[in-house]
Design a protein around this ligand. Sequence first.
Ligand SMILES: [Zn+2]
Length: 305
Amino acid sequence: MTDFQVTILGNGSAVPTTLQNPTAQMLQIGHHRFLIDCGEGTQMQMIKYQVSRKNLSHIFISHLHGDHYFGLIGLISTMHLYGREMPLHIYAPESLEEIIRLQLKYSETRLKYPLLFHVLQDAKVIYDDNRLEVSCFPLNHRIPSWGFVLREKMKERNLRKNFVDRYAPGVEQMHRIKQGGDFALPGGKVLKNEEITVEPPLPRSYAYCSDTAYDEDVVPFIQSVNILYHEATFDDAMTDIAAEKFHSTARQAAQIAAKAGVGNLLLGHFSARFSDVDHLLTEAREVFRNTLLSEQGKTYVIERG
Ligand SMILES: [Zn+2]
């Protein structure tokens, strides 16, 4: 079975503390790696937690507040110094390319690898291979902000071994049966697809919503994902401030998780004012039982079902 996991590199908000780095997280799916956000110090966190950047091909930046991308130029430079040749795709709001190119220009850095920027401007698929699809969708923040959802594709049905041994179907026939087709015997009898195949494993999925105010418009995009990471910057007592600053409370994150019917909710983007965030967990669990506080350096395996 292929890996599908996320390592939290930073789960703090605007200002770093000794306990919290700004936002970043690394997804590992098979041999692919995808980085979501790259706050200041992200590459140091990768070193500290031994998170490899090998096969890191895509970086998704949610928005242009510094706590979500100030670590990017450092990471880009380090990969250059280590002789990276593989192209790097960055999906981000439009102005990021100008910011990064300016930093490279004035340090007279000519990257040894292609750096390819893609502008986030509509909800759409931004990565697609034969196994996985990544889409972006708009969040509700003071400046344009994007959420991301990674979904494995449904695999074909598997042929039962006793059927293959007995009837030796041809390549064309096998292909049709894997897509759901039945099998006709020479005498006219038909073997139903359910009799000759088994269900493929359920596809896995992960969604990321940070930064955002409470907004039910995200629900259709993140429906039924196995793990939802949602920002929980504030607690119940700060609900008004959360709305004012276009952030969410832990309880609101749980309300979104419940409406979307997700498997597990992972809270993050904690305000630096909390030295302890246990009460955020209590508040969220009153609404959505399967809630966890994200922990830096911890890897969460996305399970099926
Ligand atoms: Zn933020």
